[in-house]
Write a protein of this length. Structure first.
Length: 320
């Protein structure tokens, strides 16, 4: 269920994208991978993280992360050898993005911190092909994906999910539009631009019955092939409202020099987390490592570093 454009940046959302027909997706080959200059940057970042995660005193966002010996002793032999081999999105700031020669973002930092807590290497691989992530976890090419999976019954038949954040759907309007969204029915009769295939579409369509009860028009949901196209539709005045995850809208507003105004409504916050391969045997370890990071305050420091102070969890949950 949980984006920038040229001239800003493009960030299709893994967190709220629900691929249509999960069985069909599972049958796909790994069409994704590391492409172009981003590939070189991520390979460099992979080497860097792999080295750092082997040390007992990794510093991430100003917080020192040490190995938890009790958890490390439970690492499966294969994972000790491989490390956390993570398939992650390549351009979804502030969650993850390639800048210069480094893969950065709050999800990247969480993944590196979990690996360090477990005393194993952190090996992220970046890709823009979200439809390859679940198949890659299923076939053993990757064992984790710190790319904000939201629970769906179809997903947890194929992978496990360890939650680390509660994300809500946010709304932004062009500065000066005068539109204010305080409650879901404030969307009635208005056009809302979203990325196609996202769970935003189902969410927004679910508001229509409430609109009908109030004698208002339905929400006019308009889907676009990328968040950049949806954003442009609103910034150009063709559509009225831009919808994405609220944490990313805050980033968007900064990057576009406040051309947009974030609205008060944080709609339907839900837990999201890392995808974990069912066959890896590390789901409980990843959750335990997250709980340790929460207990020590490292989790809060990482999230604050990326301007996330709302939606934090008190403990990790497992969906399987």
């Amino acid at each position: 269920m949980s984006s920038s454009l040229e001239p800003h940046r493009s960030w299709p959302r893994a967190r709220r994208i629900v691929p249509l027909g999960m069985a069909g997706v599972a049958a796909l080959g790994l069409s994704g991978g590391i492409a172009g200059s981003a590939g070189a940057a991520v390979r460099a970042a992979t080497t860097q993280h792999a080295k750092h995660a082997k040390h007992a005193g990794v510093v991430i966002d100003g917080a020192k992360v040490t190995v938890d010996a009790k958890l490390a002793a439970k690492d499966p032999a294969a994972v000790k050898k491989q490390g956390l081999v993570d398939i992650t999105y390549n351009d979804a700031p502030p969650d993850e993005l390639v800048t210069g020669t480094k893969l950065v973002g709050w999800e990247v930092d969480l993944g590196a911190a979990v690996a360090a807590t477990l005393g194993i290497a952190w090996k992220p691989v970046a890709s823009g092909a979200f439809d390859s992530f679940i198949p890659g976890l299923q076939n053993g090419r990757y064992n984790t994906s710190f790319t904000s999976f939201i629970y769906t019954p179809a997903r947890v038949k194929q992978i496990n999910i360890v939650t680390y954040y509660n994300v809500g759907t946010g709304f932004a309007v062009k500065k000066g539009s005068g539109i204010v969204i305080n409650q879901p029915t404030d969307l009635c009769g208005k056009s809302v631009a979203v990325i196609e295939g996202s769970a935003f579409i189902l969410q927004l369509n679910g508001i229509d019955p409430s609109c009908k009860k109030k004698g208002l028009g339905n929400v006019n949901v308009l889907s676009f092939p990328s968040d950049s196209a949806a954003e442009l539709a609103v910034s150009s005045g063709r559509d009225q409202i831009y919808s994405s995850s609220q944490d990313q809208l805050s980033w968007l507003i900064q990057q576009t020099e406040h051309q947009f105004v974030l609205q008060p409504l944080n709609y339907d916050p839900v837990p999201e987390g890392a995808g974990v391969s069912k066959s890896s045997g590390i789901t409980k370890l990843v959750a335990a490592a997250m709980d340790e990071l929460i207990r020590t305050g490292t989790y809060a420091k990482i999230m604050k570093r990326w301007s996330l102070v709302n939606g934090l969890v008190k403990s990790a949950s497992i969906y399987s």
